[in-house]
Design a protein around this ligand. Structure first.
Ligand SMILES: *[C@@H]1O[C@H](CO)[C@@H](O)[C@H](O)[C@H]1NC(C)=O
Ligand SMILES: *[C@@H]1O[C@H](CO)[C@@H](O)[C@H](O)[C@H]1NC(C)=O
Ligand SMILES: *[C@@H]1O[C@H](CO)[C@@H](O)[C@H](O)[C@H]1NC(C)=O
Ligand SMILES: *[C@@H]1O[C@H](CO)[C@@H](O)[C@H](O)[C@H]1NC(C)=O
Ligand SMILES: *[C@@H]1O[C@H](CO)[C@@H](O)[C@H](O)[C@H]1NC(C)=O
Ligand SMILES: *[C@@H]1O[C@H](CO)[C@@H](O)[C@H](O)[C@H]1NC(C)=O
Length: 566
């Protein structure tokens, strides 16, 4: 017994020491390399090699750039010209980026000693070069799929959550941020004890639409490689996605503010011809055995702990400041832009008439779809307060809230610009005899959960503590994955009304959703929202309108009806 234990302990200590020494030295992890076998080769003394050396050394001198990305062309004409780029993972520090680029530049020449086209993937960076230009084109080959073999409980719900989250961060990553990164991460709660961590990144030379196409394609690989698994990644030459049930990236304090108002984007068509080129040859699936995963998890967890502790504070400060400077400019839209986007507020583009004015669908020059609310209600706010409130509300970002993108002011016109949510509102599904069937119990359950999370965020987790005051089925919009998004929140703030009191005579709430104390005393609190949420749940479960009861049977509303069933 004893003689067995000692060697095992020794091994363990050696392993720990090895890990620690690795972490203080090069903390970069090699994943995969690919030397295109069909490319021509070069010799050691050739001009191509000379240019390649220049390329790799410029990589190293440029590896501390803020964007973590650099592309370069060395040489004049075809046989000797070399195109190359490196990309560091969006969250790594300058030091780690430099370390990774340095290591990868050395390794790529060892692994692909004479091929003109080569690529190497590390956990922290990618390096790639070729004799022909590949900038601004999205490319998937070589495809690397990795999976964490642990199983998840409730695989169906997990994959749905994963899909939704991934699609969300793909869109966010594609838009890019101020540092020139196309990178996004998101954490969501899967169970009370498990959090899902997701990451998506493109090389920033891609256009918004190419980046999105690349990421969406990578996401479609996930169910094939990693169905029901605790972690997985799909790495393409131009983009990659990854998820785990543990934090594998450093946290940035909050998402950067939305990109500046749209400029026309030149769309280059996706490089379709290169897509299937060498599909089957280089798709590689590597399953990592469990013990390695576990030790790497422990190790990475520790490392991330140390790294985030060291740098979190600074990140927060930097980004807060960056925020304040750019917020107003990036939130204000030109009236002419909005007018063009909505086809001069044409009737065809009208989505409906909300409580505060008509809502129009629009399309910005960069292709982004928006919903524009044209406020018909006069506001007691000064212009500065109005702008400030919009800026604050635009910072509220939650997957269960309709995102406010910005505003527009022109004379008496006040417009609010929102993200466009494709699937209309919940009442369109709930009260339509044909559409009703699409709402299975699982979906209804997910929708209720989503609304609850949105409300909780408004009440508790956001910095503003917002009382919605008008929660109702028609204010719950559904995105294309049937994820619910609460709309029309914060209107009281924008219009300059006291949050907790009904100081206007206008009835903000909607009959059937108002708790008694509001109806009688005009007093709002978080509890009145919770009451309205309760009514919404009843409607979702029964499929009956709270106000329908009103019309058909004078004395009985949905609530009294439910009470009679007790
Ligand atoms: C790059 O090399 C490939 C294969 O050797 C060759 O077919 C191609 O023409 C070269 N590209 C350029 C731009 O020279
Ligand atoms: C980046 O690379 C270019 C081209 O080789 C070089 O001129 C420049 O000095 C490098 N930048 C830095 C910060 O070293
Ligand atoms: C980097 O890529 C862009 C296209 O995304 C290209 O316009 C630019 O010329 C490239 N830079 C160099 C130094 O090759
Ligand atoms: C995961 O589930 C599969 C089949 O359901 C099973 O074969 C495998 O052993 C499980 N893996 C782990 C790590 O539990
Ligand atoms: C996830 O759960 C944690 C703790 O259980 C909680 O603090 C956090 O707010 C939750 N996050 C979301 C987005 O629901
Ligand atoms: C190389 O060329 C062969 C034949 O044209 C093709 O089948 C193969 O997919 C190519 N491989 C790569 C990596 O491009």
């Amino acid at each position: 017994m004893v003689s067995f234990d000692i060697p095992r302990n020794l091994l363990f200590y050696i392993f720990i020491c090895l890990m620690l020494s690795l972490s203080s030295e090069a903390a970069v992890v090699f994943l995969y390399h690919d030397c295109n076998p069909n490319t021509t080769t070069y010799t050691r003394k050739s001009p191509y090699r000379r240019n390649l050396n220049i390329l790799l050394s410029s990589f190293q001198s440029n590896s501390t750039r803020q964007s973590g990305f650099y592309n370069l062309t060395v040489g004049q004409a075809p046989p000797d010209i070399v195109y190359g780029l490196f990309l560091c993972r969006g969250d790594v520090t300058k030091e780690i980026c430099r370390e990774c680029v340095r290591t990868a530049s050395g390794q790529i020449l060892q692994r692909c000693p004479n091929q003109k086209t080569a690529l190497v993937y590390y956990d922290e960076c990618t390096i790639r070069y070729s004799n022909s230009s590949f900038f601004s084109e999205w490319e998937q080959e070589p495809v690397l799929e990795l999976l964490n073999t642990g199983n998840v409980s409730q695989p169906e719900r997990f994959m749905q959550l994963l899909g939704n989250t991934m699609n969300e961060i793909a869109t966010r990553a594609a838009k890019g941020d101020q540092l020139g990164k196309k990178y996004a991460t998101q954490e969501v709660n899967f169970t009370a004890f498990q959090t899902l961590y997701t990451l998506a990144q493109c090389t920033p030379d891609l256009s918004v639409s190419d980046c999105q196409t690349c990421l969406k394609t990578a996401i479609t690989y996930l169910p094939n490689c990693c169905l029901g698994k605790q972690g997985g990644r799909v790495v393409f030459a131009s983009c990659n996605v990854r998820y785990e049930l543990y934090p594998f990236y450093r946290f940035t304090a909050q998402q950067l503010p939305p990109p500046p108002p749209p400029k026309p984007v030149l769309h280059s068509p996706p490089a379709l011809e290169s897509k299937g080129k060498n599909k089957n040859s280089s798709t590689t699936i590597i399953a990592i055995v469990l013990p390695v995963v576990v030790s790497v998890v422990i190790f990475a967890g520790g490392l991330i702990c140390i790294l985030t502790r060291k740098s979190k504070k600074y990140d927060a400060v930097e980004q807060e400041n960056g925020n304040e400077i750019t917020t107003m400019e990036s939130l204000q839209f030109d009236f002419s832009t909005i007018e063009a986007a909505t086809n001069r507020f044409s009737v065809d583009n009208k989505l409906g008439e909300g409580g505060f004015g008509p809502v129009y669908k629009g399309k910005l020059p960069n292709g982004q779809q928006i919903a524009v609310k044209r406020l018909a209600v006069s506001s007691s706010q000064g212009l500065e307060e109005y702008k400030n409130e919009v800026a604050l509300l635009a910072k509220l970002q939650h997957r269960n809230l309709v995102r406010l993108l910005g505003f527009c002011l022109e004379g008496a016109e006040k417009l609010l610009v929102y993200e466009f949510v494709p699937n209309k509102s919940l009442n369109y599904f709930l009260f339509d005899l044909e559409k009703q069937g699409e709402l299975t119990w699982t979906k209804r359950y997910m929708i209720i959960g989503g609304i609850a999370r949105g409300i909780l965020y408004l009440h508790e987790d956001s910095r503003l503590k917002i009382i919605h005051r008008d929660l109702k089925i028609s204010n719950i919009l559904l995105d294309k994955d049937m994820n619910p998004k609460i709309s029309d929140f914060g209107m009281a703030r924008i219009l300059g009304v006291d949050q907790s009191k009904a100081t206007t005579n206008r009835v903000v709430g909607t009959y059937g959703y108002m708790p008694l104390e509001y109806a009688m005393h005009g007093h709002f609190s978080i509890k009145s929202d919770v009451y309205s949420f309760g009514v919404i749940i009843l409607e979702i479960i029964t499929g009956k309108k709270s106000s329908n009861f009103q019309q058909s049977d004078e004395d009985e509303d949905l609530l009294s009806h439910v009470k009679t069933l007790e």
